[in-house]
Each structure stands twice: as C-alpha cells, then as structure tokens.
Unconditional design. Structure first.
Length: 173
C-alpha cells in the first residue's frame, strides 16, 4: 500500500486550509441497562455502529466478563503503536514479518475502593514494549529511523507522555 499517495490529498488539503485541519474526536456512552451497575458501553461518533463494552474490574467487584476502562486505555496505546508502526513501515518501504505490542499498567484498586487517600486512584505507571521483526536486511540507521518515527507519531503515546489538559464536568438533572 502506498501510504504517501494515500495521504497526499490530505496533506494538500491541510496545507491549503490549515484552519480546518484540527478535528475533535468524540466518544459517548451508548444506551445500556442502567440497572446493571457493573457494565456500560461507549461508541465513537466517527463509527457510530461500533460499540465497545466495558465493565468493572474484578478487583473492585466486577465479574470479569468485559474489559475494564483501564484495559481500554491500554488497548488504545497498543492499537495506536501498532497501526503507527505499520503505516511508518509501509511509508518507508519496510516489510514487516511480525509485530507484538505489550502494554502493562500498574494499578492499586484500593484507591478506587476509597480505602484511604494514601492509595492513588488510577494507573501509576504504564509500560509499552513493542517488538518488531522486519523482512530482509535493513541497515541499522534505517531501522533506527523507522523506530524513532513510529514512536514519535503514535498519537496515544504522545498524548500520555505530554500530559494533556483534561477537563471533566459532572452535572445532575
């Protein structure tokens, strides 16, 4: 697949009209049974027919039949890392033989269970290990450039490392 050719009209459009390049991605809760406190679903506005199910983790009383929200966060990083690697490889003419992305997050459920302020709520560390095997011989400099580019252009990795501002508003009707 020719990624450069695929992206050419997008680059031209963004160059010609830079004010319309930034977009806002939206994901919203999907209708589910409100009598079930352990499960929910979300759907991205960009693909409204798609639903992701989520549930409370077993460590806080869930039943373990759906990924918890932290699983979805870690999955976002793994998916972004792999898609970025694949696109950069295609763009640079590097054939991949194998890619494996493993993302781990450290979490102490006592924070979520309100067992004391000394226990943080949320993940305290995230580790992403990406192993790539390329076909044929790729010189060291080209391989290093490939991996640097894949790391640099991963949206989710850059977002998590950059500590973006996050606004949260709760309201009651």
């Amino acid at each position: 697949m020719d990624i450069k050719e695929l992206q050419r009209p997008l680059r031209e459009r963004y160059t010609a009209d830079p004010e319309n390049a930034p977009i806002t991605l939206t994901v919203r809760s999907a209708s589910t049974d409100l009598a079930d406190p352990l499960h929910c679903a979300v759907t991205p506005d960009s693909v409204p027919a798609l639903r992701w199910s989520s549930g409370a983790h077993e460590a806080v009383g869930g039943i373990g039949d759906a990924p918890c929200s932290a699983d979805l966060l870690l999955a976002s990083l793994a998916a972004c890392q792999e898609v970025t690697l694949r696109m950069v490889a295609a763009n640079q003419g590097i054939e991949l033989e194998d890619v494996e992305v493993v993302v781990e997050g450290d979490w102490d459920p006592r924070g979520t269970l309100a067992m004391g302020r000394e226990f943080p709520v949320g993940l305290t560390a995230i580790r992403c290990r990406t192993m790539v095997r390329v076909a044929g011989d790729v010189d060291e400099e080209r391989a290093a450039r490939f991996l640097r580019s894949a790391e640099r252009y991963c949206v989710v990795l850059s977002t998590l490392q950059g500590q973006p501002s996050v606004e949260s508003e709760f309201s009651l009707e």
